[in-house]
Design a protein around this ligand. Structure first.
Ligand SMILES: C[S@@+](CC[C@H](N)C(=O)[O-])C[C@H]1O[C@@H](n2cnc3c(N)ncnc32)[C@H](O)[C@@H]1O
Length: 229
């Protein structure tokens, strides 16, 4: 998988991409991440990338031309998806991450200021939001997307089986988990987990996952009911 990020703040990514899973996945050549600085595509001698919006209203907007030029500069592969990060986009979910992980190249455009000139939307495949809130720029959102997709790529985590038991798999939250010590400040690890009875453990986990989902996120069970109707 190739991730290509267009940003006005390339320095933002320096440390984040050089840590933990993302670093290992790059070292194993399972992913490639290219950060494209938008600034050189800016207009005029000052490489301007933003301007005031028509109609007023204050703030700045990212100009369409530098964005299009930056996009055009990226060599594309056939199985690609061009994504604009915006709070107005489709909300990112685990299901959506899986769909995105099937592509060979994700080109991710990070907005800043008041967002991008509407005409840029003619050049993208889709708009994605990381949630119903507004942050300052698409850079943080792009890291969420890149990390979420990367961990689904076979070979990245090294224990893919555990992915199928995670929160949001089968529209359920994950079951409670414990590690050593067996007792901490009077709180004991549930006896069943140290029983060695794998069938009983599996049943306990399913029950707990269902119980926790019903308590914390009943909306997920509603979705599940709709899917099965
Ligand atoms: C301050 S926001 C612009 C918000 C815009 N004025 C609006 O009302 O939709 C600047 C940039 O941050 C990014 N951004 C902010 N919130 C986001 C979210 N929830 N999901 C994805 N990107 C987001 C987008 O790239 C956006 O263009």
């Amino acid at each position: 998988m190739k991730f290509e990020v267009i940003t006005l703040f390339p320095g933002f990514f320096t440390s984040a991409l050089d840590q933990s899973i993302l670093k290992k996945a790059q070292n194993k050549a399972l992913i490639e991440i290219y950060i494209h600085d938008l600034r050189p595509f800016g207009l005029g001698p000052h490489k301007v990338c933003d301007d005031v919006p028509y109609g007023g209203g204050g703030g700045m907007l990212m100009c369409v031309e530098p964005l299009v030029k930056a996009l055009e500069s990226i060599p594309k592969v056939p199985q690609k998806r061009i994504i604009l990060l915006t709070p107005q986009g489709e909300k990112l979910t685990q299901k959506k991450l899986k769909v995105l992980s099937e592509y060979d190249q994700l080109i991710i455009v990070c907005g800043r200021y008041h967002g991008v000139d509407e005409r840029f939307k003619a050049y993208i495949d889709e708009e994605i939001s990381i949630g119903d809130y507004v942050i300052n720029g698409g850079e943080t959102a792009s890291l969420v997307l890149i990390e979420g997709v990367t961990r689904l790529i076979p070979g990245v985590l090294g224990h893919e089986g555990s992915l199928t038991q995670e929160t949001f798999e089968h529209d359920l939250l994950g079951y409670p988990q414990y590690t050593r010590p067996p007792v901490f400040a009077g709180q004991k690890v549930p006896g069943i987990l140290v029983s060695g009875d794998h069938k009983a453990i599996s049943q306990w986990r399913k029950k707990k996952a269902l119980h926790i989902t019903r308590k914390k996120r009943p909306d997920l069970l509603d979705e599940l009911d709709h899917e099965q109707d």
